[in-house]
Design a protein around this ligand. Sequence first.
Ligand SMILES: [Zn+2]
Length: 87
Amino acid sequence: MILLDVKLLIPANIIMLPELNLNDIIRLRKIHPCGSYEWKVVRLGADIGLECVTCQRRVLLPRRKLARRIKAVVQHSGDNAPTAKHP
Ligand SMILES: [Zn+2]
């Protein structure tokens, strides 16, 4: 009987991107020259548009590239609860 490791069957270039919505705030692994790690999602498509929350600079990243750079989703725009705001 041969046992296969399931992980080996998944191509290495497929990286899961978390589900994103417009105006979500995400954190990337690399710091922006302005000193911020956080970006707002401003466009969803084949490429994802991001706007730096500190300097408002916009960039477009292909989904695969973003999947490698993203560290966490800081805030989902769908959360309209009053507790979503931090002092
Ligand atoms: Zn910036």
